[in-house]
Design a protein around this ligand. Structure first.
Ligand code: SF4
Length: 219
């Protein structure tokens, strides 16, 4: 079997997603919310939350506080109210407030581009750490969410059972120039074309090169 051509696939995906809005964190970065702190906070808000909710909730919060010091000056209850449309708003508000307090007290009111520090915060996993490092810090980091995991397996580019395994597999074979790009491209592609249950394969520009592994029915 010939190896899946990732260069060709990602070029086709880039064309296919052009009409759709970018994923939440990229959209917010385009709007100017591109500091490591803002990206991390937006990513926490985005956990188990649709982009259509994450984007306005983040804007709402950042209208009141954009730095750790400003955020720490709010109460967790005020933060929860500002992001209330997001899933688990109260729990996230507590995490956001605690992060802001630590950064204000110990890191000169800034979030450094330090992977270990970012991962040490309660409620922050590799996906948010890598998106923050990739978008705000320009560091090569792969962020694997459910879309990236599902689609790269359908392509047969990786053969894995969890997003964590996919991240490790991609780190071993994906060219670094695509490390940030793969998340930017596959999130809208997964939302609009290679959808979870019944993908739109007949409308997909990858139809002739995709083995559609694990796809039981498509339209
Ligand atoms: S052909 Fe189907 S399974 Fe393959 S990438 Fe396109 S939509 Fe996804």
């Amino acid at each position: 079997m010939t190896e899946f051509d990732i260069d060709q696939a990602l070029a086709l995906v880039a064309e296919a997603v052009r009409p759709y809005p970018p994923a939440a964190l990229f959209q917010l970065a385009d709007e100017g919310y591109h500091t490591p702190f803002e990206q991390l906070i937006a990513c926490i808000i985005s956990i188990r939350t649709y982009d259509e909710v994450t984007i306005p909730a983040s804007r709402h919060l950042f209208a009141q506080a954009r730095t750790p010091q400003q955020m720490a000056a709010l109460t967790p209850q005020q933060i929860a109210q500002l992001i209330q449309a997001s899933t688990f708003a109260e729990r996230k508000a507590g995490q956001i407030h605690a992060i802001a307090q630590t950064l204000t007290a110990e890191y000169q009111n800034q979030l450094p581009c330090d992977r270990e520090l970012i991962l040490s915060f309660h409620g922050v996993g590799p996906k948010c750490a890598n998106l923050t490092l990739g978008i705000a810090c320009g560091q090569p980091a792969i962020s694997v969410d459910t879309h990236v995991h599902r689609i790269t397996n359908r392509w047969g580019y990786v053969h894995t059972n969890s997003p964590e395994q996919t991240m490790t597999a991609l780190e071993a074979k994906l060219p670094p120039k695509y490390w940030l790009e793969i998340n930017r491209l596959l999130v809208p592609f997964g939302k609009h074309i290679c959808q979870p249950r019944v993908p739109r394969c007949t409308a997909c520009p990858l139809f002739t090169i995709c083995p559609r592994l694990g796809v039981r029915s498509y339209r």
